[in-house]
Design a protein around this ligand. Structure first.
Ligand code: AMP
Ligand code: MG
Length: 198
């Protein structure tokens, strides 16, 4: 596979065309590496079995290790999960941003995305490239870190190119990730919550 490498330049016409091309790849079941505020994500459709399988294969990741699902706005979680008041209280403070919340999933999310779990991890990235791609795609995006299993999470497009060239359809270079660390993952249980990843 030839991996296309496209740059975000800050020019509107270029950047909109990059996002549109990436959305086309994702709609066809392909994979695109995309900058987020935490680390580069490997984006594929969260509604297609085929995309989840490709993500696991490209990463060399065991398929029982669930994928985080990115949405454009906190209320988009309604389409894919059962939300509650605590979710919206946290969303108000921390979304968009580097917080991932695990909720009970709805059937629209294939089991392949969640590694067979009946829950789904939901995040709303604040990075404008990641956000625009979700919006233009028009549906939730499965987005683990864009690295082969066992390799550190990439914070620059060049890291993704070194690690995944030939394994994915496209890399969008949107510069260095501001935070450089993976999102915090929490599970909401009843009134309390459990931190699954600090
Ligand atoms: P990565 O995609 O590489 O950033 O890693 C995703 C992290 O989120 C892993 O630690 C997963 O175990 C965790 N995760 C994703 N979905 C769920 C879920 N449904 N329940 C619990 N943890 C999850
Ligand atoms: Mg990872």
């Amino acid at each position: 596979m030839i991996t296309e490498f496209l740059k975000i330049t800050g020019e509107r016409e270029n950047d909109e065309s990059v996002i549109r091309r990436a959305a086309d790849v994702i709609a066809r079941g392909g994979l695109v590496a995309v900058p987020t505020e935490t680390v580069y994500g490997l984006d594929g459709s969260a509604l297609l079995d085929q995309s989840a399988h490709k993500i696991y294969e490209a990463k060399g990741r065991p398929s029982d290790n669930p994928l985080i699902v990115h949405i454009a706005y906190p209320s988009d979680a309604e389409k894919i999960a059962y939300t509650n008041e605590a979710y919206y209280r946290l969303a108000e403070k921390f979304m968009p941003g580097p917080l991932t919340i695990v909720l009970k999933k709805k059937d629209i999310i294939p089991d392949s995305v969640t590694g067979g779990l009946d829950s789904v991890a939901v995040r709303c990235p604040s990075n404008s490239v990641a956000h625009s791609l979700i919006e233009v795609s028009g549906h939730p995006i499965a987005a683990p870190s864009a690295n082969r299993s066992g390799i550190p999470s990439p914070t620059k497009a060049e890291h993704v190119l070194d690690d995944m060239n030939g394994l994915i359809d496209m890399i969008i270079d949107g510069g260095e990730c501001e935070i450089g660390l993976e999102s915090t993952v929490i599970r909401l249980d009843g009134d309390g919550c459990t931190v699954l990843r600090p």
